[in-house]
Design a protein around this ligand. Structure first.
Ligand code: SAJ
Length: 467
C-alpha cells in the first residue's frame, strides 16, 4: 500500500489501527483513536489487562476518570478490542508501539520490550504498514535498532510469500514521542503539540495527518532523529532546571535564606523560570530521559558533565531529607533531654536507630497513584540503612491508605514527600501533636505558611534555614 492510500484511509476513517502496549500511554491512545472512529486492536502481554479492557474496565484507576468512560464506550461500540495475539495485527494499516524503554543501573537503555514487540510484529504485519514508535528513545534508536529489526523480522521467508508480495513487502516507520502525564493523560494527548518524525518526509506528512485526527495542537513533521532528540532534550531540560532549584535550596539552607521566597522573586525577573526544589525527582520520564539522551553519544568522545550532574543532584535529594531529619531529631533531643555532646556541641545525637518515621507520600507526583521511580523509595532505603523504621502513608496507594493522624500517633517524626491535597488540608499542628516527637520534615513546602508552635515542635522545610 502506498503512503497516499494510507493517508486516504486515515481521512475516511477506514484505516485499521493497532496499539502495542496498553499502559499509561498506549491505553489512552487506543481509546482516543477508537472514539475518533477508527477500528483499533490493542495488544498487551498481560492477559489480565487484556480481559479487563475487553470487559470495558480500565486498568488505570483513580486519577483518570474520563478514561474509564472513553474505554467503556470504545469497547461497547466494537471499535476497540484487546488481545495478546500478534497475529491479530495482520490486517493493520498502522501500528503504534507504546512499550516501556527504561534504563538499567548503568543508565543503559533496556530495549527488550521494544525489540520483542518488533520481532513479534515483523513477521505478521502486512506490506505497506506504517509502524510508529511512541515510546521515548535514545537518539539514533530508530535507525540503529528499530529499522534493522523490522527489516530482518519482516523479510519475506523464501517460500512464504508470492513474488509480488515480496516486491511490495516494504513498510514505513516513524517516531512520535508521547507527551502524557499521569493525571492528565487524555488532556495532554489532546492538547499538547506533537513531533512526528518520519523515516522519510512523506512518511512524516502521513503521520501528521494521522495525529491531527486526535491532537488539537501543532503536529510538526520532522525526521526520526529530531523527534528522538526533542523528547529526550525536553525532559533533560526539566531535570537540569529542577537540579538547579535543588542546589539553590541547599545554598539557602546553609546561608539562612528561604529558597521559596528567592524563587518567587527571581521568577519576577524576565526570562526566569526557576523550578521547584523538592524531595527528589520520580516518574517514568524525567529520571530516565536524560540518560537516553546521554546514551546517544556514549560511544563518542563527548564530555557530558551538566546532564549527568543534574541526575546526581536530584537523586541525592531523598538522602538530604534524611540529613534534615537527623539534624532536627538531634536538636529536639537536645531541647528535651538537654543532652549535648560535650566533645562536639554542634553535633547533637543524630542517630535514627529504632526511630519510627511516618513517610507521607509514596507516589512520585501529587494526587496521582503512580509510584514509578518514587523518591520515597530511595528515602525509605536510606532510613532503613540508618536503623529507622518507615511507616508509609499515601491516600492514593491502596496498600498505604489509612488515617494519617492515627498512624502519626505510632511514630516519632514525619517526613512529607509528596504534595497530596490531603496533606495540604491537614493542620500541621495536629500532626505535630500526634507525633511522639513533634518533628516534621517537609520536602515539598506543603506547610510553608505554618508557624510551628512555641511548644518545641520542629518544622523543617526544604530550602529554608532551621528556625
Ligand atoms: N518535580 C520537582 N520540581 C519541579 C517539577 C517536578 O521536584 O519543579 C518532581 C516531581 O515531584 C516529580 C518529578 O519531578 O517527582 C517529575 O515531575 P513532572 O511534573 O515532570 O511529572 P512527569 O514526570 O509526569 O513529567 C511529565 C513529562 N511529560 C512527558 O514526558 C511527556 C514532563 O516533560 C512534563 O513537563 C510533565 O509531565 C508535565 O508537567 O506535564
Amino acid at each position: 500500500m502506498s503512503l497516499f492510500e494510507l493517508e486516504q484511509k486515515i481521512l475516511n476513517r477506514s484505516a485499521r489501527l493497532a496499539v502495542i502496549g496498553l499502559g499509561y500511554v498506549g491505553l489512552p491512545v487506543a481509546c482516543e483513536f477508537a472514539s475518533a472512529g477508527y477500528d483499533v486492536i490493542g495488544i498487551d502481554i498481560l492477559s489480565k489487562r487484556v480481559s479487563q479492557i475487553n470487559e470495558g474496565v480500565s486498568p488505570i484507576q483513580l486519577t483518570e476518570p474520563e478514561l474509564a468512560d472513553l474505554l467503556a464506550n470504545a469497547v461497547r461500540s466494537g471499535k476497540l478490542r484487546a488481545s495478546s495475539d500478534y497475529s491479530a495485527l495482520a490486517d493493520r494499516d498502522m501500528i503504534l508501539i507504546d512499550v516501556e524503554t527504561p534504563v538499567d543501573e548503568q543508565n543503559i537503555p533496556q530495549y527488550s520490550a521494544l525489540k520483542a514487540s518488533l520481532l513479534s510484529l515483523g513477521p505478521v504485519m502486512k506490506p505497506g504498514a506504517l509502524v510508529i514508535v511512541e515510546s521515548t528513545l535514545a537518539p539514533g534508536t530508530m535507525t540503529n535498532v528499530v529499522l534493522p529489526i523490522l527489516t530482518e523480522s519482516s523479510a519475506p521467508s523464501v517460500g512464504g510469500m508470492s513474488p509480488a508480495a515480496q516486491l511490495t513487502s516494504e513498510f514505513y516507520i516513524g517516531h512520535c514521542p508521547e507527551r502524557v502525564m499521569p493525571g492528565k493523560l487524555l488532556n495532554n494527548l489532546r492538547s499538547m503539540s506533537r513531533v512526528a518524525g518520519g523515516m522519510t518526509p512523506q512518511t512524516a506528512d502521513v503521520m501528521v495527518t494521522l495525529y491531527q485526527q486526535i491532537v488539537k495542537a501543532d503536529v510538526d513533521a520532522v525526521d526520526c532523529l529530531t523527534a528522538e532528540l526533542v523528547k529526550t532534550v525536553e525532559n533533560a531540560y526539566r531535570d537540569v532546571q529542577i537540579a538547579f532549584a535543588n542546589e539553590v535550596a541547599l545554598i539557602c539552607e546553609a546561608t539562612g535564606g528561604d529558597v521559596w521566597q528567592v524563587r518567587h522573586l527571581v521568577n519576577k525577573s524576565p526570562h526566569r523560570q526557576m523550578h521547584l526544589p523538592g524531595a527528589g525527582v520520580g516518574g517514568h520520564c524525567i529520571p530516565k530521559d536524560p540518560w537516553l539522551l546521554a546514551y546517544s553519544v556514549h560511544d563518542r568522545n563527548i564530555p557530558l558533565r551538566l546532564i549527568p550532574a543534574a541526575r546526581v543532584i536530584n537523586d541525592s535529594m531523598p538522602l538530604h531529607i534524611v540529613e534534615l531529619l537527623m539534624d532536627a531529631l538531634g536538636k529536639y533531643r537536645q531541647t528535651v533531654f538537654c543532652t549535648v555532646d560535650e566533645s562536639s556541641p554542634q553535633k547533637p545525637e543524630r542517630s535514627l536507630a529504632g526511630i519510627r518515621i511516618l513517610v507521607m507520600g509514596y507516589t512520585y507526583l501529587e494526587d496521582s497513584d503512580d509510584t514509578r521511580n518514587s523518591p520515597s523509595r530511595s528515602l525509605i532505603l536510606h532510613l532503613q540503612k540508618s536503623g529507622a523504621r518507615a511507616i508509609i502513608h499515601d491516600p492514593h496507594v491502596p496498600a498505604y491508605q489509612g488515617d494519617v493522624l492515627e498512624m502519626a500517633r505510632t511514630c516519632d517524626a514525619a517526613v512529607v514527600m509528596v504534595r497530596h491535597a490531603e496533606y495540604i488540608q491537614l493542620d500541621p499542628q495536629l500532626l505535630a501533636q500526634a507525633l511522639r516527637a513533634p518533628v516534621i520534615i517537609d520536602g515539598r513546602a506543603v506547610y510553608y505558611s505554618a508557624r510551628p508552635e512555641r511548644d518545641g515542635s520542629i518544622l523543617r522545610i526544604i530550602g529554608k534555614a532551621a528556625y
